[in-house]
Structures are given as structure tokens and as C-alpha cells.
Design a protein around this ligand. Structure first.
Ligand SMILES: NC(=O)c1ccc[n+]([C@@H]2O[C@H](COP(=O)([O-])OP(=O)(O)OC[C@H]3O[C@@H](n4cnc5c(N)ncnc54)[C@H](O)[C@@H]3O)[C@@H](O)[C@H]2O)c1
Length: 457
């Protein structure tokens, strides 16, 4: 897979960077317990993009890059949302572009332009002069070049998760957003889950007291899926075969970071990470019949990765990642403070003054603290589908903010900080679980930022 601006492919580059820790600051990792991050200098004129606002727009004109399984779902949500026009779609697979075009026409919109020539044809889509926003739902190593191209061409970028896979890419997103003054949003749908928004409002209203600890994860057993050959599984399996760390941190971490006000009064300071041995996939591969390319394959990524983030205010967050442990699905979603704890999967609560054990009947909390977005959009969200309705709520809210000229809920600093757990965990694992500094992507501005408007909208 060749990329125009590199002499070798992005995936090859990222594999080398992941294996060697290139650009991850291993000097810092080998340093003292609380190492200081290196902050690249901003260009003259570059300004922070917290609270970025634009004039209201009646219609949001969207170009789509990547209409595989996730892109198709996002497109479906957007076609159910008022004030959206899909103007262009791009993919490497002609049938996917055709099918997306049909999907748009079936909802009564004119056929969007199709882009399908090669891996860099997305640049043509980004150069169009009739787009406000570019949605990016491609494999992980394409997110940043596509978002950068969109922003450099004056469009806002909405990127799937994780937004970036290396620290250089995280900085590239921040610097490009600040230089172009465009929105760069990571589409972290789990921040819009009904439970997550309930807990966010409870946390903001002080129900748990001062927050001291969180736990997050992406524990999703996908062994059969990962060993099936398909265009959607092959790139994921390649990452797991070549990197050892937390490769998918943001679904669990994003909501916990929102509860704690990360980048708004607190920030990730440093991280330590350990991976278990790898057994689950390679045992299966050992039993695959001869002749199958998966037979005997080995994987760099341990069966489960556990990282601990320490924040500047002294909080801790445990973040776990496993696609192969034999266990039920969980994003953990735990928040603990001086007067109570919430833990998900299943949702339960313990507050000071309550009887011992967990409270599992949360109806009265939903009535008192339930998020207005869910109260207003519950039926449409459930009908539109996508992870229990949270995808619809996320997409609806993004479009509404742009149409009303409001700042977005999630910033490029959130995208960078949450995604940085990928390279930082890889670096820590490779270096005997040594602490690794988390760069301050806000360059000091986190101390004075108000919390995201998401809890109060
Ligand atoms: N937020 C969520 O809940 C969620 C769920 C699933 C996937 N995702 C994310 O969505 C992204 C896509 O995942 P997916 O499951 O749809 O994968 P997929 O492989 O099904 O789809 C990716 C699409 O991108 C296209 N593509 C690849 N390189 C391209 C290029 N250079 N130019 C144009 N098109 C290109 C592929 O042809 C494919 O159709 C990933 O980042 C993944 O992590 C998020």
C-alpha cells in the first residue's frame, strides 16, 4: 500500500515506528517516575481552537471517505438527520461507492459524486469547493492524512476512532487544526451513550464527590472475526500482528475523560502499560489446517493490555484492551469519587449513605439526571440504530452544533490525548512498563478551559 508522500507505505512506517518507539520519546520513558513531555513549538500565528465557532449554516454539505461497514452506518444516520446534504463519496472499492450513492438517492437527495481511482483520490474529494465537512471512516493508518488534507482544503474533519496511531500524527492533527482553524473531531460515539451521558451529568453535578479514579476498556471477544479473511478484518489483524499495546483505547476512555474534565482543568500526565502473553489467537492458528495462510501465524499484541494513566491532579485511570479474551463485552465505564462509584456492565451505583452493595435500579437517577438529548431523540435514535442509538445522537448533535453555529463537544485536543494511548502504551510495553509522559497537546491551556458543553446541552 503506497502513499504518495512517502517512499514506503504508511502501514510499513507505522509498524517500524511501533516496533522501535520512533518519535515516542523513549528517552522520557526511561527517565524519572514523572517524566516531562517534549512539546513541539507552534508555528507563528498558530492559535488554539478551544471553543471554535462558525456562523450558523442552514445545510451541512458532507463528503465521505470510506464507506465500508462503519461508513455505511454513519451515512445511514446522517441521511436520517435534517439539514444534511451528502455531496461526494470516496472508497477504493467501486461497488461500495455505488452502493453509498444508491443509499443517498434512495433518501431523495441528488446522486453524490463518486471517487474511486486509487488510495490518494480522497485528495480530489477534499479539493471540492462545495463541502463543509469531511467524514473519515477508513482503516486507522489513513485517518490523519485524510483529516489533514480536508482541513488544509478548508473543510472540517470528523474522524473515526482512534483518530491517530503515533504521537507525530496526534501533533499533526493539533497543529493542522490550529493552523487552519478548522474543527477536527473524533467520532467517539460512546460519549453519547445513554448511560455515559447520565453518568456525565451526575459527575458534573457532584453526585460522586471529587472524582479520584476511573476505569475504562474495550473488551470485545472477536477471535472468529479476526481470523476470517475479509477487507475489514485483514487490516485490523495486521495491526494486532505487529504492535503490542492498547490499539483501541477511546471507546472506554473518552467518556471517563469527559467525566474528569480532561483538557478542561485536568490532563493526562503519564502512563504505564503492560500486556499479557499472547496465546488466544496463535493457539487457534496452530490448529488451522495446512494450506490456510493463517496456519501458524503469531501476533505481537498480548491477549490483554492494561494501562494506567495518572492525571495532573493526581487521579488514576485504568484502561484495558482485549479482542480475544473469552468473556462478555464490556467498556467497564467506572467512575469513583469521594462520595460514590458508578460501574457499568451491568450499570450499578453505590453512594455514601446507601445500604451496602450496589443499587441496580437506576430509574430515579434517569428521571433526575437523564440527558435531554436522549429524552428528546430517544425514538429516532433507536429507530435509526447504530450501537443502541448513540451513533445517531452523536451525528445529530454534530450537525446541530454546525447548523446553530455552536462550538463542538469534543476538541482536537481530546482526539489527540485519547488516541495518544496507542503509541504511549506500545512504548511503555516495549520498555518494561516504564512510565511514558503524555504530551500536553493543549500547550498549557488545559488549566483554564471550561468543561465540554456536552453535559449541559
Ligand atoms: N465508532 C465505532 O463504533 C466504530 C465501529 C466500527 C469501526 N470504527 C472505525 O471505523 C473505521 C473503519 O472501520 P470499518 O469497520 O468500516 O472498516 P472497513 O474495512 O469495513 O471500511 C474501511 C473502508 O475504507 C476504504 N479505504 C481504505 N483505504 C482507503 C483510501 N486510501 N481511500 C478511500 N477509501 C479507503 C476501504 O475500501 C473500506 O471500504 C476504523 O477507524 C474503525 O476503527 C468505529
Amino acid at each position: 500500500m503506497k502513499h504518495s508522500s512517502h517512499s514506503y507505505s504508511r502501514r510499513e512506517f507505522l509498524a517500524v515506528a511501533g516496533a522501535t518507539g520512533a518519535g515516542i520519546g523513549l528517552a522520557a520513558a526511561a527517565g524519572p517516575a514523572n517524566p516531562q513531555p517534549v512539546i513541539p513549538r507552534a508555528k507563528p500565528g498558530q492559535q488554539r481552537v478551544f471553543g471554535l465557532e462558525f456562523p450558523p449554516m442552514d445545510t451541512v454539505r458532507i463528503g465521505f471517505i470510506g464507506v465500508g461497514s462503519r461508513g455505511t452506518g454513519l451515512l445511514g444516520n446522517l441521511l436520517e438527520t435534517d439539514g444534511v446534504r451528502i455531496k461526494a463519496v470516496c472508497d477504493l472499492v467501486p461497488d461500495r461507492v455505488k452502493s453509498a450513492q444508491r443509499q443517498v438517492v434512495a433518501k431523495g437527495q441528488p446522486e453524490p459524486a463518486g471517487y474511486v481511482k486509487n488510495e490518494t483520490t480522497f485528495e480530489e474529494l477534499c479539493r471540492r469547493d462545495d463541502l463543509d465537512l469531511v467524514y473519515i471512516a477508513t482503516p486507522w493508518d489513513w485517518h490523519v492524512p485524510m483529516a489533514v488534507s480536508a482541513m488544509r482544503q478548508g473543510k472540517h474533519a470528523a474522524i473515526e476512532v482512534p483518530a491517530a496511531m503515533t504521537l507525530e500524527e496526534c501533533w499533526e492533527l493539533v497543529d493542522t487544526a490550529e493552523q487552519t482553524r478548522r474543527h477536527c473531531l473524533m467520532l467517539e460515539n460512546c460519549c453519547y451513550g445513554e448511560t455515559e451521558l447520565l453518568v456525565l451529568r451526575m459527575a458534573r453535578q457532584g453526585v460522586f464527590g471529587e472524582l479520584t479514579h476511573g476505569e475504562a476498556g474495550y473488551l470485545h471477544e472477536l477471535r472468529d472475526y479476526l481470523l476470517t479473511d475479509s477487507s475489514a478484518t485483514n487490516w485490523r489483524r495486521d495491526f494486532i500482528a505487529t504492535r503490542n499495546g492498547n490499539l483501541y483505547p477511546t471507546h472506554g476512555l473518552g467518556p471517563v475523560a469527559q467525566y474528569m474534565g480532561i483538557n478542561a482543568g485536568d490532563r493526562f500526565d503519564y502512563l504505564v502499560s503492560a500486556s499479557s502473553m499472547e496465546q488466544a489467537l496463535s493457539r487457534r492458528c496452530a490448529a488451522i489446517p495446512a494450506g490456510n495462510p493463517r496456519r501458524g501465524q503469531h501476533f505481537a499484541c498480548g491477549d490483554i493490555n492494561t494501562s494506567i494513566l495518572k492525571t495532573a491532579l493526581g487521579r488514576t485511570i485504568v484502561v484495558q484492551f482485549s479482542l480475544v479474551l473469552s468473556r462478555p463485552y464490556s467498556r467497564i465505564n467506572l467512575i469513583a469519587g469521594t462520595s460514590g462509584t458508578f460501574c457499568d456492565y451491568p450499570p450499578r451505583l453505590h453512594l455514601d449513605g446507601q445500604a451496602e452493595g450496589w443499587t441496580t435500579d437506576l430509574q430515579s437517577y434517569h428521571e433526575k439526571y437523564g440527558h435531554p438529548l436522549w429524552k428528546k431523540l430517544n425514538d429516532q435514535a433507536l429507530a435509526s440504530g447504530g450501537h443502541g442509538g448513540m451513533d445517531y445522537i452523536m451525528n445529530w448533535r454534530l450537525i446541530q452544533c454546525l447548523r446553530d453555529g455552536l462550538p463542538l463537544d469534543l476538541s482536537v485536543y481530546d482526539a489527540a490525548a485519547w488516541s495518544s494511548v496507542v503509541p504511549l502504551s506500545i512504548a511503555s510495553v516495549a520498555n518494561g512498563s516504564a512510565p511514558v509522559a503524555v504530551p500536553d497537546f493543549t500547550r498549557g491551556a488545559w488549566k483554564d478551559q471550561p468543561p465540554s458543553p456536552l453535559a449541559s446541552c
